[in-house]
Ligand binder design. Structure first.
Ligand code: NAD
Ligand code: MG
Length: 395
């Protein structure tokens, strides 16, 4: 029997790094949370395993063939799970009236429609899928303002900033905030010789020193485009001026970000680099629940370092600032070109240092247009993808 307080959760991207961490936290609190839906594009066997463990009402996969496979895998079980597929299935489980909370943890632009569906249906939306917000900025924020949805950031930096702000905040100026310090580790190539950076392999790029993550975000961390996307994400989420956000390299990933106040106070949120902390925070907010993450041992940690990012090494930071300064469709274009370039790098078709080059060329060939609605977002996204793909062909 479902108790009155029990929250029903849809986990979009359940087989990914964030999805697995989410299920780990949910499994620690079976009285508090039930799983309504689980979704995945690949790793159907793992999804079937998760269905057996969490007995969701729905499971959603990418296509009809995947759905047939999953149904066969679940055929001998007594599960209540109905199998759906495609974007429609994702939107359905993100907006079903029986759902309270949606974990948006699909990677990339593919998460946009289901995340927006959750926002429009007034859910508590736990936003890991930063690309959805970055690509659709004003459209996304308008949808949020027009709905009863509550959005809580899962990205560890934004979750940290949220925790360092008064709640409710009422705007940065009213809260006495001068600056947001967005920390980033600098990734695996912070000290790598610049002249051999173009030889690095996908596996080297994905070997993040502190965090274990999906491959796309791992490459983004290595180029620091992840911090660029997070800079745009922070401008949108906290209604901050670009000049109010400073990126600080912090190699240990213990301070997850900071907020500087008018009176000289600098508030930081710290913890071991484990995404279960922001996930547990956002799931239970304003309460606190156990996440399975060990307390930070500052003595064992010993030291925390901070340095300015090197603009020559990380051109993606500049590209993200330029995209945000111009606004309109430019962040959409930045995100789309990045997704295409990162995929090409992961498949061995593009060198690491060519990633920002492709993005800059695509941005330079697409004048910014106003994002009037979802259609404008999707047009800019597909045009930028096509241009980036053409550039890869001709490279
Ligand atoms: P991942 O690659 O490990 O997992 C992605 C999930 O999305 C998988 O379940 C996959 O099957 C699903 N998926 C991928 N493409 C899809 C598509 N086209 N349609 C439907 N489902 C699809 O990625 P991740 O590291 O878990 O990251 C997920 C999101 O969270 C990303 O936006 C990332 O930037 C963000 N994020 C991740 C971390 C982290 O520590 N991993 C931290 C902060 C933010
Ligand atoms: Mg982050």
């Amino acid at each position: 029997m479902q108790s009155q307080q029990q929250q029903s959760v849809s986990v979009l991207g359940a087989t990914g790094s964030i999805g697995l961490s989410t299920l780990d936290v949910l499994a620690r609190h079976p009285q508090r949370y039930s799983v309504f839906a689980l979704t995945a594009r690949e790793r159907i066997e793992q999804l079937a395993e998760q269905c057996r463990r969490f007995a969701p009402e729905f499971a959603v996969v990418a296509d009809e063939e995947g759905a047939a496979r999953l149904r066969r895998m679940l055929a001998d079980s007594e599960l209540p799970t109905e199998v759906l597929w495609g974007v429609e299935g994702l939107c359905r489980v993100a907006s079903d009236p029986r759902v309270d909370t949606v974990m948006a943890a699909i990677v990339g632009a593919a998460g946009l429609r289901p995340t927006l569906a959750a926002v429009e249906a007034g859910k508590r939306v736990l936003l890991a899928n930063k690309e959805a917000l970055v690509m659709a900025g004003p459209v996304f924020m308008r949808a949020l303002a027009a709905s009863d949805a509550v959005m809580l950031p899962i990205d560890s930096e934004h979750n940290a900033i949220f925790q360092c702000l008064p709640q409710p905040c009422g705007g940065l100026t009213a809260a006495g905030v001068e600056k947001i310090l967005l920390t980033g580790s600098g990734g695996p190539f912070r000290r790598h010789p610049l002249d051999s950076l173009h030889h690095v392999t996908p596996d080297e790029a994905c070997a993040h020193p502190n965090w274990s993550m999906g491959r796309k975000i791992s490459v983004d961390s290595a180029t620091m485009m992840n911090k660029g996307l997070e800079f745009i994400e922070a401008c949108l989420l906290f209604d901050a001026e670009p000049a109010q956000i400073e990126v600080v390299v912090h190699p240990q990933s213990i301070v997850h970000s900071m907020v500087q106040y008018r009176d000289g106070s600098l508030l930081a949120q710290m913890g071991n680099p484990d995404m279960r902390t922001p996930i547990a925070h956002a799931l239970a907010f304003p309460e606190r629940i156990d996440s399975g993450v060990a307390a930070l041992d500052l003595i064992a940690q010993g030291r925390l370092d901070f340095e300015a990012p090197d603009p020559g090494r990380f051109p993606c930071l500049r590209l993200a600032r330029e995209a945000m300064a111009t606004g309109g469709s430019l962040p959409t274009v930045l995100n789309a070109a990045n997704e295409v370039a990162v995929e090409a790098f992961l498949e061995g078709r593009l060198s690491f240092t060519a990633i920002p080059e492709v993005i800059e060329r695509v941005m330079g060939s697409m004048p910014a247009v106003e994002l009037t609605g979802l259609e404008a977002v999707e047009n800019a996204d597909s045009r930028a993808r096509a241009l980036a793909a053409e550039m890869l062909e001709s490279a």
